[in-house]
Design a protein around this ligand. Structure first.
Ligand SMILES: Cc1cc2nc3c(=O)[nH]c(=O)nc-3n(C[C@H](O)[C@H](O)[C@H](O)COP(=O)(O)O)c2cc1C
Length: 293
């Protein structure tokens, strides 16, 4: 997750038994390299890098990932054909994030090892189709033979179990870990996340790159512009540069972009990542009425 998942969060999640991912989308190449080196020093468990294909520096990021022998890469927001074969030639496991069965099939054809099926509820950038996790996961499971990881609206063990009952083999959890001690997000943003209630987030900027965020002053300006039928160019000017950093990293709750999922309404405390993983696991086991294979 941009501005949230650096080496501290990724290594803490991996040490707790999950698969921690470094969010490279907000990092310059040298910064990514530093985070990978620090993550390796902080854990001897597997970890990965998330690579949003819409950001600049992709080629440099990929060279660093290969040189640093990162074992797993999650690509998102782009064409799975672009870099999958190159990464796989270097023995890297590649998982692509999708929001439709159509792109799940394209990912399978491109040679991806698994897909993340990310529903409409999810925080951050999202699909235009607005397919919810409950509908998307079984649809994608029917469409492809490779493993499906569910994402969007999962913050508890019960939600994880539900996703697995729908056919997912694992879950990707974002928002819950924003409200962790190790997330690099600003404290103001973390506090805003735990104060978020039902209806406080929305999938915005659908004309540009759809993103789920908290409705704040910046969102109000977007809404007004859209009501006046603003063009994509006008929206780009309104968005400007650095809105996500301003909101999530610098803590400007008025002017910044605050990316978080609907599930924020269930997140009530900022906790260490290890405690989050343990709580989810305990809740999962408690909800497990019938043993899974
Ligand atoms: C603050 C934030 C930043 C995110 N940044 C990225 C990103 O850089 N790349 C990506 O593939 N997904 C990103 N996501 C999406 C998450 O990886 C994950 O799929 C999503 O949060 C799952 O839904 P949830 O928020 O309901 O847990 C981000 C999510 C959040 C909340």
């Amino acid at each position: 997750m941009i501005w949230s998942s650096g080496w501290r969060l990724a290594s803490a999640v991996s040490n707790a038994g999950g698969l921690g991912l470094i969010g490279s989308g907000s990092m310059y190449p040298e910064v990514l390299k530093e985070h990978i080196i620090k993550c390796k020093a902080a854990t001897n468990k597997p970890f990965g890098v998330n690579l949003p294909l819409l950001y600049p520096n992709i080629e440099e990021h990929i060279q660093i990932i290969i040189a640093q022998k990162v074992p797993i890469v999650f690509t998102s927001a782009g064409n799975p054909k672009a870099f999958t074969s190159l990464l796989k030639q270097h023995g890297i496991i590649v998982v692509h994030v999708i929001s439709s069965s159509k792109f799940a099939k394209k990912s399978e054809e491109a040679g991806c090892d698994a897909v993340v099926a990310e529903g409409f509820e999810a925080g951050g950038h999202n699909g235009r189709e607005e397919t919810t996790t409950f509908v998307l996961v079984p649809a994608v499971c029917n469409a492809v033979a490779i493993p499906v990881i569910a994402a969007g609206g999962i913050a508890t063990g019960r939600q994880m179990l539900s996703a697995m009952v729908l056919g997912a083999e694992g879950v990707q959890i974002g928002s819950r870990f924003v409200a962790s001690d190790e997330a690099s997000s600003h404290e103001n943003f973390k506090k805003a996340v735990i104060d978020t209630n039902e209806g406080d987030t929305i999938l915005s900027l659908k004309q540009l790159t759809p993103v789920r965020l908290i409705k704040n002053k910046f969102y109000g300006e977007v809404q007004q512009a859209e009501a006046k039928l603003a063009t994509s160019e006008e929206l780009k000017i309104l968005l400007g540069k650095g809105r996500a950093k301003k909101g999530m990293f610098e803590g400007d709750l008025e002017e910044g972009e605050l990316e978080i999922g609907q599930v924020a309404t269930l997140i009530k405390t900022i906790m260490p990542a290890t405690a989050i993983v343990e709580e989810i696991w305990t809740d999962f086991e408690a909800a497990l009425i019938y043993p899974l294979k």
